[in-house]
Design a protein around this ligand. Structure first.
Ligand code: ASP
Ligand code: MG
Length: 409
């Protein structure tokens, strides 16, 4: 069998943990399997490298930043190969370029274009364990690129797809995917399985266990994933096409603090206004999420929408600069808000989920500012001061006590 095993930064943070992982890789190998391990940089090395760059130049070129950041993964793969060699195994570390990972040119957010696995195959044939650097590749100019934060997950899934691995295991510091962030919701519990679609929603709604793009790739190439802990033998969570639907209709709850809302008051009630506003933002690559438009009253209407907190200043500036051209009366914004979402494939066929969510928030006296829904998720925007309490109340409503039993009927 061929295993792709990915280990996150916390799993290889120090020498002891490197050996802990090395033993796990060795175990898999000794059972007669081939292993390609993909590693992240140790601990918070990537953050430290970014900080180092900022000390030299607060606005470093993205090419040089990629050159610098990619060294984090190179350190961890070299150290892991040394650890395995110490255990008496043949292991070889490889960079992104050596695993044949070609990417688009966008430094800091490159997309994988192709992987040429020739080198990996020849190492495996020689009975070597392959330790591949995650998060990095090279573009068509042969310059080093990185795949965006958390990108080692993407490297691992892409490799598993190309190599047609039998297993793709993502090892991290939690023992799987939880119904909510256990740091916030104490009663959160581990899921046995979850579908790609649900995981995609959760990842893009703020759950950080898996990089969003890695889940997209897993779905596209039907890579069977398992997310589990490198520190225990607990079973983990399987991510696959069709997971069993939770008896509660909901698989998980996510909280995203990186949101801000903008309200445009008194915009002309005529065709083309939304187009003019949002194309202005799109040209500057500002991603707009929830959009709410009021019913026009006579000559004017209002439009409110959300962007990420980082995009807020630019979005407000663009709109304010074009106020006369767009012809609106007023603009306001709020960055002290949080998006709380519930996700579950079961809600597509069960109409009561939205009202259970609203009821839980009402019972807690939480005011909803905006609502957005898709087939398998409902998001609400609320005051950030109420976020943690709201997350707990909503989670309790769906997962614990009489409420959960209610929903199961
Ligand atoms: N080391 C990179 C990061 O911190 C990539 C990864 O961990 O997956 O974002
Ligand atoms: Mg990660």
């Amino acid at each position: 069998m061929l295993y792709v095993q990915k280990f996150g930064g916390s799993s290889v943070a120090n020498a002891e943990r490197v050996f802990n992982v090395a033993r796990r890789i060795a175990d898999t190998y000794w059972k007669g399997n081939q292993v390609v391990a993909v590693l992240s940089a140790q601990g918070d090395t990537t953050d430290q490298l970014i900080q180092k760059a900022n000390e030299i130049n607060p606005n470093p070129s993205k090419r040089e930043l990629d050159m610098l950041m990619s060294t984090g993964e190179q350190q961890s793969v070299a150290l892991m190969a040394m650890a395995l060699q110490k255990l008496g195994l043949n292991a070889v570390s490889l960079t992104g370029r050596q695993i044949g990972l070609r990417s688009s040119s966008t430094h800091g957010a490159a997309h994988i274009r192709s992987i040429d696995p020739e080198r990996i195959y020849s190492e495996l044939e020689r009975n070597n364990i392959v330790i591949a650097a995650g998060f990095q590749g090279v573009n068509r100019y042969d310059d080093i690129t990185t795949l965006g934060r958390g990108g080692s997950d993407t490297t691992a899934v892409a490799l598993a797809a190309v190599l047609e691995a039998d297993f793709c295991e993502i090892y991290t510091d939690v023992d799987g995917i939880y119904t909510a962030d256990p740091h916030v919701v104490k009663t959160a519990r581990k899921l046995d399985e979850i579908s790609y679609d649900e995981m995609l929603e959760l990842a893009s709604l703020g759950a950080k266990v898996l990089a969003t793009r890695s889940v997209e790739l897993a779905k596209k190439y039907q890579v069977p994933l398992v997310v589990r802990s490198s520190m225990s033998d607990a079973e983990g969570t399987i991510v696959k096409e069709e997971a069993k639907v939770e008896s509660t209709y909901i698989s998980g709850l996510a909280m995203d603090k990186n949101v801000a809302s903008i309200s445009i008051i008194g915009i002309r009630n005529e065709p083309g206004m939304a187009y003019k506003m949002f194309s202005l933002l799109a040209k500057r690559k500002i991603i707009v999420d929830i959009i709410l438009q009021s019913i026009g009253r006579g000559a004017t209407k209002d439009i409110a929408f959300t962007v990420t907190k980082n995009d807020l200043p630019l979005a407000v500036k663009l709109l304010t600069d074009n106020r006369t051209k767009l012809g609106f009366e007023d603009i306001s914004y709020d960055d002290r808000i949080v998006k709380v979402s519930v996700v579950g494939a079961g809600m597509a066929s069960h109409p009561g989920v939205a009202s259970m969510l609203f009821e839980a928030l009402y019972a807690g006296g939480v005011n909803i500012m905006m609502i957005s829904t898709s087939e398998i998720k409902i998001s609400v925007l609320i005051d950030e001061r109420e976020a943690e309490a709201a997350a707990n109340m909503v989670h309790d409503r769906f997962f614990t006590g009489s409420a959960a039993i209610d929903a199961r009927r």
